[in-house]
Design a protein around this ligand. Structure first.
Ligand code: TMP
Length: 225
């Protein structure tokens, strides 16, 4: 059994949560998952997110995203994301990957580089060090970056209702985050695939399915049923 770790990334309102669920359904319905399971390449398909993929993480997510009663300092914010991740990696990601699961994860280390590094301006070497401590070296096998104009994304989140603490940050902050994702995609062309998220939900889903098919075939051989 050979687990794989697939991450969805992007700015606020880019559609990654919706697309992650669509990909999950597509993997179940398209024949890929049943086939990989019948050949005993894969045990199961799981979906998770950061922050908030564990019981501890649910509490940390509330601390991070509820509009705060006192300002959260940038280094405290960074450490809370790292604590959430360390728990998620040891308590969820590694055990399920070891038993051969495919895991779809909403955000991971690139979000920390984009938000706390490019967005907040914290030192990149410090972030790398903390990401290393939190992940103990666990990297994604594939990261899908849903590239969407920041203003369009924020307009979508505003339609959904009250903004969380990070969504409330100013436009400049979100522009820097978007620039961060673009830089990361440029620096990691083997791991990060750019998806044009300005297209319709169906078109974005089809683009993601094509990227997933290509990677699954590369990882497991061309065995789709
Ligand atoms: P979301 O998963 O609903 O998009 O909310 C998570 C928020 O947390 C989002 O604003 C991005 C932010 N975030 C960081 O700032 N750093 C991180 O390391 C992660 C995982 C998320």
């Amino acid at each position: 059994m050979d687990g794989k770790f697939i991450v969805f990334e992007g700015v606020e309102g880019c559609g990654k949560t919706t697309q992650l669920q669509r990909s999950r359904q597509w993997l179940l319905n398209s024949g890929w998952l049943p086939n990989l399971q019948s050949k005993r390449f894969v045990k199961q398909l799981m979906a998770t997110r950061e922050p908030g993929g564990t019981d501890l993480g649910v509490g940390v997510r509330q601390l991070l995203l509820n509009p705060a009663r006192e300002p959260i300092h940038d280094r405290a914010e960074l450490l809370l994301y790292a604590a959430d991740r360390a728990q998620h990696v040891e308590g969820f990601l590694r055990p399920h990957l070891a038993e051969g699961s495919i895991i779809l994860c909403d955000r991971y280390t690139d979000s920390t580089i984009a938000y706390q590094g490019y967005g907040r301006g914290l030192d990149f070497a410090l972030i790398d060090q903390l990401n290393q401590v939190a992940t103990n070296g666990l990297q994604s096998d594939l990261t899908l970056w849903l590239d969407l104009d920041v203003e369009r994304g924020l307009a979508r989140t505003q339609k959904r209702g009250a903004s969380d603490r990070i969504e409330q940050a100013n436009l400049d902050f979100h522009q820097r985050v978007q620039h961060g994702f673009a830089q990361l995609a440029e620096q990691n062309p083997d791991r990060i695939v750019r998806i044009d998220a300005s297209r319709s939900e169906l078109e974005v889903a089809e683009h993601i399915e094509a990227a997933l098919s290509q990677h699954l075939a590369r990882w497991y051989g061309a065995i789709q049923g």
